[in-house]
Each structure stands twice: as structure tokens, then as C-alpha cells.
Design a protein around this ligand. Structure first.
Ligand SMILES: [Zn+2]
Ligand SMILES: [Zn+2]
Length: 171
């Protein structure tokens, strides 16, 4: 491509440019160009690349919900016993394990929103563990005169760290 060659952006026919998409070769203006590790790409090529990258099916999402809820509830039950200090250390580990198990269960396919599903499962699992004593209290025939604590700082720490790790793994 010579320096004085004048191209016009395929998306903005009035805009002159010297950039070309590194995949399809279409002229693109700086406003359209998306920087990728393999050079500037046009928005159309970036989208089709993402469509190939994200291969999770609706069934995968359903599996992610079920598996994620089971593993997250177990993780929250364990992390709810260990205290704040260990929750700080084990929170990211638990998030990584949950993300890993879900990723394995959907046969390592990727989905744009799988991280969100898993984060929801982590929060739900912690809520189940936090509110379980409260539910038991409600259904006790003669409730004792104290309310169980369901504001659990250890579980909140665990949730924040686990969600952060799961997001980084699955995004
Ligand atoms: Zn392109
Ligand atoms: Zn443009």
C-alpha cells in the first residue's frame, strides 16, 4: 500500500483513511478500527471472530446453573466454617475451583455470560448458607429469644474474592 493511496472507510464512505482490516483487507477509519493482538480489524471481522470464540449452547448454560449451584453451595458451606482469615486465603481458591468445575462440565466451551451465571451461583450458594439458620429458626416450634446472625462478613469476603477469580477465569 503506497502512502498516497487514498482509501475510504467501508462503514463511513466519506472518511478518508489509510488503515485496512488485517483480516479482510477492507479500508477502515480509526473510529471503526478495533485493535487486536493481530493488528487492526474491522468491526465485522471482530464480531465473527467472537461468534467462533463463544461456542456455549443454551444447554451449556443450564448445566452451568445446576453444577454451579451445587458446587457453590458446598463451597460456601465449607468457607462459612473456617473464619474470616481463612476465607481471605481460600476465597480465590474456591472461586477457581467452582469456575474450573463448571468449565469442565460444559466441556470447556466458552460463553459470553458464563462468568455471570457462575457469579450468580456463588452469591446464591452463600445466601443459602447464610440464611439456612434463619429458616431453621423460623420453623422451630418454640423459637428461642435470639435471632441467628445472617450478616456474615466471612461469607461476604468469600463471595467477593470467589466472584473476582471466577470472572477472570471464565470471561
Ligand atoms: Zn475485516
Ligand atoms: Zn469508519
Amino acid at each position: 500500500m503506497s502512502d498516497d493511496e487514498v482509501l475510504y472507510c467501508v462503514n463511513h464512505p466519506n472518511v478518508e483513511t489509510r488503515l485496512r482490516c488485517s483480516k479482510c483487507g477492507n479500508p477502515i477509519c480509526p473510529r471503526c478500527a478495533v485493535q487486536t493482538p493481530v493488528g487492526f480489524r474491522c468491526p465485522q471481522c471482530v464480531r465473527s471472530q467472537q461468534a467462533i470464540f463463544y461456542t456455549a449452547t443454551p444447554l451449556d448454560y443450564a448445566i452451568a446453573v445446576v453444577v454451579g449451584l451445587v458446587v457453590s453451595t458446598i463451597a460456601a458451606f465449607i468457607l462459612g466454617q473456617v473464619g474470616i482469615f481463612l476465607a481471605l486465603i481460600l476465597g480465590p481458591v474456591a472461586g477457581g475451583v467452582i469456575a474450573g468445575v463448571v468449565h469442565w462440565a460444559i466441556r470447556r466451551r466458552r460463553g459470553r455470560w458464563i462468568w455471570l451465571v457462575v457469579s450468580g451461583c456463588i452469591v446464591t450458594g452463600a445466601l443459602v448458607v447464610a440464611f439456612y439458620p434463619f429458616l431453621r429458626y423460623l420453623f422451630t416450634p418454640q423459637p428461642v429469644a435470639y435471632l441467628p446472625a445472617f450478616f456474615r462478613i466471612d461469607l461476604i469476603i468469600y463471595v467477593v474474592l470467589a466472584v473476582g477469580t471466577a470472572y477472570a477465569r471464565l470471561r
